[in-house]
Ligand binder design. Structure first.
Ligand SMILES: [Zn+2]
Length: 247
């Protein structure tokens, strides 16, 4: 038997039992387990962890713990210069691409309206989601903690809220996407690319009032859905303002 001491910091405490939160937890182990397995035994998916210190030294998920180890586990920091240590989650890339699990259709649609590449299908299974993370280098958005604990899933985020507006705020904050919003570039229905089209080219697809009041149109290059800059765009602009104010 070996004995280790572990403490979870900041919002990682959301995942663990109330009486373990924000304090040092003593744990007896039969084997020299990895930090990944130890951390996940408390219910914290590895995708939420960005820094592990063992006796003050940063380690990765494959590190095997030893008797008497003092382990500190930190979430993804928003803006904190810790360049001297091994951060375990990828920094936001220029073109971050996502895949949403079957419960997050509304979030996927809203993210697409802001220009993000989000794959989503109502009937997608867990194995397909995992394959998209591995092969297509997508970030998995999920409300399923077990799914995010799969070893193969190295990029993901556990969506906390059940409200789509709060969910999108969470994702933008976590991946620091506030300056990468490109509204009206992607189709909310199919994730296809939108292109500006002449009104005359889509006139036959428009309702009479739309024909009358709007001049700027976009069309999805995949499913041919037509979008126009009207009240819809204003709602998106308001929404975006919430994320870009004060940044
Ligand atoms: Zn489309």
């Amino acid at each position: 038997m070996i004995k280790v001491f572990i403490r979870f910091y900041e919002e990682l405490n959301d995942f663990i039992r109330a009486d373990w939160r924000k304090q040092q937890i003593e744990r007896q182990l039969r084997h020299h387990t990895t930090t990944k397995d130890l951390i996940e035994s408390f219910g914290v998916p590895h995708t939420e962890v960005d820094l592990i210190l063992v006796n003050g030294v940063s380690v990765n998920f494959a590190h095997r713990v030893a008797d008497g180890d003092l382990i500190s586990v930190y979430p993804v920091f928003e803006s904190f210069d810790i360049s001297e240590v091994t951060r375990l989650q990828e920094r936001p890339l220029r073109d971050l691409r996502f895949i949403a699990d079957c419960h997050l259709g509304k979030l996927a649609g809203k993210m697409r309206l802001l220009g993000f590449d989000v794959e989503y299908r109502k009937d997608i299974g867990d194995d397909e989601l995992a394959a998209a993370v591995l092969n297509d280098r997508r970030v998995l958005l999920s409300r399923d903690r077990r799914l995010l604990m799969r070893r193969i899933i190295d990029r993901g985020y556990l969506v906390r809220s059940q409200n789509p507006d709060e969910q999108i705020a969470e994702v933008i904050k976590r991946f620091d996407l506030g300056r990468q919003l490109k509204p009206f570039t992607r189709c909310a229905h199919c994730n296809g690319i939108l292109e500006r089209v002449e009104k005359a080219a889509v006139l036959h697809l428009l309702e009479p009032k739309t024909k009358l009041y709007f001049e700027d149109f976009f069309q999805c290059q995949s499913c041919r859905q037509v979008y126009w800059q009207g009240s819809h765009l204003n709602a998106i602009k308001e929404f975006i303002k919430k994320f870009t104010d004060g940044t």
